[in-house]
Design a protein. Structure first.
Length: 289
């Protein structure tokens, strides 16, 4: 339960903030009255700091010490007191809440990053990432370091750390994984050529073979051109590379509507064929009983 003797009225808050800000404006050390005013303001708003810190502590699954979050929140509280405008008319707690949350969030980001970086670099990294996405859309590819430097008007050598965070350099396949491990990055990458040499078909090859079997068995009554159009549509539907309707229309000198009709007819034939007894066995090479 909150101690009522620590609560301050709005007039008392404004008076204490005025004493503290007047001392800060002079640029000297804190006087005794200013220190007492700051202590009273901090003690009055410590429950707010603890509440915000505990919420962040639960959100991070208690991976960060609660004392560190409360210390960061206290720094935000003091900064909010220093920048509070007593002539605006609202309570101090309303204003300092944002500063407390801001400092607690900074502490969470700083602690959860695997590599510690200065606080002032967070905004720079966010700005660079936003510009990186804009250049990615504009150029249709990842921008180079020189293009990023020209876009942000910065020195690419000085701001190399920011560039590394948003656009990592190429990693060598022979780079070791871990300190004491003999494994390299190449050990974790699938070698499709080696799989095919050992008789192991990749997912794309298996799907393409299945589509060819559909063309041989189900689409046997279709003409050569129509069969190619339907098989191309099946490849596109399965996520394999194929031709668009515009490319097919230009190649065979037919309209896109005619292509759609051929595809629809092929789909009807495939559906009707799969309703027959044991259709999968026929595709796999065995005859239906």
């Amino acid at each position: 339960m909150r101690n009522t003797q620590d609560l301050l009225s709005h007039s008392e808050e404004c008076e204490l903030v005025g004493i503290y800000q007047a001392c800060c404006a002079n640029g000297g050390e804190l006087t005794a009255p200013a220190a007492m005013a700051l202590d009273a303001l901090v003690v009055s708003h410590l429950p707010l700091v603890r509440a915000i810190a505990r919420r962040a502590h639960r959100a991070t699954l208690r991976s960060i010490e609660l004392d560190d979050l409360e210390a960061a929140g206290a720094e935000g509280l003091i900064e909010g007191i220093r920048k509070f405008d007593i002539h605006r008319g609202f309570r101090l707690s309303t204003y300092v809440r944002w500063w407390i949350q801001h400092h607690v969030s900074q502490e969470v980001r700083r602690t959860t990053w695997s590599m510690g970086i200065p606080k002032n670099m967070y905004e720079a990294i966010g700005k660079f990432r936003k510009g990186f996405k804009e250049l990615l859309i504009e150029l249709g590819r990842g921008p180079t370091r020189a293009e990023l430097a020209q876009f942000f008007d910065v020195n690419p050598d000085i701001d190399a750390m920011v560039y590394v965070w948003i656009s990592p350099e190429t990693m060598s396949l022979s780079k070791p994984v871990g300190k004491s491990s003999t494994l390299t990055v190449a050990d974790f990458i699938e070698d499709k050529s080696q799989l095919e040499a050992n008789g192991v078909c990749s997912e794309e090859n298996a799907c393409d073979d299945y589509i060819k079997k559909i063309g041989d068995h189900i689409l046997a009554d279709f003409g050569y051109r129509d069969k190619l159009i339907i098989m191309n549509w099946l490849r596109m539907a399965a996520g394999l590379p194929g031709k668009t309707r515009q490319q097919i229309a230009s190649e065979y000198s037919i309209t896109s509507e005619r292509i759609r009709q051929i595809e629809s007819a092929g789909l009807v034939s495939i559906r009707e064929w799969f309703e027959l007894p044991a259709p999968i066995a026929t595709l796999n090479g065995s005859s239906a009983p």
